[in-house]
Design a protein around this ligand. Sequence first.
Ligand SMILES: Cc1ncc(COP(=O)(O)O)c(C=O)c1O
Length: 420
Amino acid sequence: MSDRLARDGGTPVRSTPFPSAMDPQGRTFGPAEAEALARVIDSARLSSNGGTEVAALEREFGALYGTPHAVACTSGTAALHLAVGAVDPAPGDEIITTPVTDFGTVIPILAQNAVPVFADVDPLTGILDPASVEACISERTRAIIAVHLMGAPAPVDDLAAIARRHGLILIEDCAQAYLTELPDGSYAGTRGHIGCFSLQQYKHVTCGDGGLAISGDGQLAQRMRLFADKGWPRDTGERTHVSFGMNYRMTELQAAVARVQLTKLAGVVARRRAAAGRLVAGLQKLEGLHLPNELDRHAVWLFPVVLDPDVAGGTNTEYAEALEAEGIPVSAGYLSRPVYRYPVLSRKRLYGGAGFPFTCPPARRDWQYDDGLCPNAEELIDRTWLIVHWNEAYSDADVDDMATAFRRVHSALRSTRPAV
Ligand SMILES: Cc1ncc(COP(=O)(O)O)c(C=O)c1O
């Protein structure tokens, strides 16, 4: 095969698609999910009220994570909303989080009329930097939401210590991090007060859309359960509403599929780790690429590479263009911009023209979400982060194609770049 890049007219390393979360071959569905759905239909009970599947899913997920409480709901965003609802912020209170995440991490803060305060991230992992978090704390801070991004563990021991010192609730967003392990071997999602998971189509296990929130704290769990069900205390038998909430109830159909998927989770994570290990080995010698490490604790939702553009010969955009032309599923930067630069936040237009929750009632200060707020996040997105899309169905040959394409692009970009 010639070394000419496909971008420049060479033959692409790969001409067939890789398995993806939108194809049967890139998902783990089988007859057991179909049988579970049929079982629910035959029972005629599709709602969790009176059904058995959602309750069983909550028990099984709680047992997997060793937590006494698990609350199922309609999405990962909903799970985070249950958590923020349980924190019960007053309008204008502050919740610190990361600017490098799905918007679903931030929506619940805004929906509860609290202010998202963005701390910067580690330049090599893109995960919240505890020192930056601590610098953001004010008398109005109520909670921290840490994200175990792409399946790597966030430094939740340090964040939990900060939360304890300042009397804050620590929420762990584990939407991308099933079975991610902390240094002591416990699972991400169990160190903070609440852990939140997503069952959306692209996640390790899925029922299309769905969410789960776990907690070791009975009071927080009870508040989350009420929040998911209109504030309705079903166990009293009374038709009354004791707190504010939504209808975020998962259906029996979703839960039946999720229960089967859960039995496949360990295998999914193991296959993702093994394939990632093979790619790390294949890329090890390429200078200027920082690769994911400690893969035995990583859930490898995505495979992030941090480039040193001066050494690697190109920025993330240059690498992504060249690798895509070779047929490799990659993207530059993970997000198009940090969350605070999304128009919805930078224009501060959420509730009509009221400027709420930033201005009314008076927030602590005039919040601005300008460029430069979190320089490490901006550098990762703009120049250094190259994301390889990941799937548990990747074969050795798939991964070897990726490594071949990376080597070809690395060599070509370095040879055209003036030495520094
Ligand atoms: C880190 C993170 N948080 C929250 C969410 C929201 O989950 P959902 O899409 O299920 O609402 C996602 C989903 O992509 C996510 O990746």
